[in-house]
Design a protein around this ligand. Structure first.
Ligand SMILES: NC(=O)c1ccc[n+]([C@@H]2O[C@H](COP(=O)([O-])OP(=O)(O)OC[C@H]3O[C@@H](n4cnc5c(N)ncnc54)[C@H](OP(=O)(O)O)[C@@H]3O)[C@@H](O)[C@H]2O)c1
Length: 315
């Protein structure tokens, strides 16, 4: 069953009241990503793990707005605060851009209605501050589909509900995001006069987070592997279909990464995984996040399927 959609974004006043959400970091350490353009980035699964790290790396750049999506408002609120905090630096105190905001949207990626209303920027059921409307109401240039779940176990013993949940989140969540955000992004590109030939904008881009398990077998992960293989198929087909329209679609293929997802691994399975990785360690979320920024901003990256697995794919 689809959950009711709830979009929520509230404002953080300058006096830092507890009802904070729209955050204005004061100082930035890096150059703008796209000179002359502000870039709006929507990141599902941005409340923790890989998605949060991706949001933080985008937020290092002074002209980037981030909007993170997850199901739990209190986690999203503190993640949004940490995104704004991480983008501050004392190194460049005078470089204070205008109107850079970070916000969150409470929603379930498995809900088709959620994506439909987001693509129309229908926030009728949302609490949106006036100052946040420029970041969210004008749409997004980059969409990163990082929300995902993993349920491990012998396939024939997994419940139908567990299998469905994995497919609904990993594959259908990404599919609905692409289905509804692509028309919205193309419309935004037309309104911004952004094209693949544009000199100062990286162009519209979707980054889908797949998994090495979608390419390489592994016991106990059949539904997860199938859902992530589906994400790669979706990425390839869409890259061919929308590349000519100036919308790039790319995929990240992480191996094992240190997050809550891998914290939940059985210790024996973890040891076995560590032994098989040529670099003998799991990746960090920052190592994955920098690749997401690369895919979103490299204007020749389309159907770029980038594996970051410490060499596990070679074994
Ligand atoms: N960690 C790894 O080793 C690894 C390896 C390969 C690929 N990946 C992929 O990388 C992505 C991120 O993984 P992670 O390790 O960072 O996972 P994580 O720490 O468990 O975070 C998962 C994120 O997805 C969100 N989420 C889950 N279901 C959702 C739903 N129905 N609607 C909206 N948001 C939802 C969670 O927020 P809420 O629960 O609060 O909604 C959370 O923000 C996933 O797609 C995963 O499959 C991870």
């Amino acid at each position: 069953m689809l959950r009711p959609t709830r979009l929520r974004s509230t404002k953080i006043p300058s006096n830092q009241s507890p009802k904070s959400c729209i955050l204005r970091p004061r100082f930035y350490s890096k150059a703008p990503l796209a000179t002359g353009h502000e870039l709006s980035v929507l990141i599902t699964g941005g409340s923790r793990g890989i998605g949060l790290a991706i949001a933080k790396q985008f937020a290092q750049h002074p002209n980037v707005h981030t909007s993170i999506v997850g199901r739990d408002e209190s986690t999203l609120r503190s993640a949004t605060q940490s995104i704004a905090d991480s983008s501050k630096t004392a190194e460049n105190p005078n470089n204070q851009p205008k109107n850079v905001q970070h916000s969150y949207i409470v929603g379930d990626v498995t809900s088709r209605e959620f994506w439909e209303s987001l693509s129309r920027r229908d926030f009728s059921r949302a609490t949106i501050s006036e100052s946040s409307s420029s970041a969210t109401a004008s749409g997004w240039d980059v969409v990163v589909n990082a929300a995902g779940v993993s349920k491990t176990g012998v396939f024939a013993r997994q419940t139908a509900h567990a299998i469905e949940h994995v497919f609904q989140t990993n594959l259908m969540g990404t599919t609905w995001a692409c289905r509804y955000m692509i028309p919205a992004m193309l419309k935004r590109a037309r309104s911004l006069r952004v094209s693949i030939d544009s000199g100062n904008h990286p162009g519209m881009c979707i980054v889908n987070v797949s998994s090495l398990l979608g390419l390489k077998g592994g016991t106990g992960s059949a539904a997860y592997a199938a859902s992530k293989a589906g994400v790669l198929g979706l990425t390839r087909a869409l890259a061919a279909e929308y590349g000519p329209l100036g919308l790039r679609i790319n995929a990240l293929v992480p191996g094992y990464v240190e997050t809550a997802m891998t914290d939940a691994m059985d210790p024996k399975a973890r040891d076995l995984a560590l032994q098989s990785i040529p670099l003998k360690r799991f990746g960090t979320v920052d190592e994955i996040a920098s690749a997401a920024v690369f895919l979103a901003t490299n204007r020749y990256a389309n159907n770029c399927v980038l594996n970051l697995d410490g060499g596990l794919s070679a074994t």
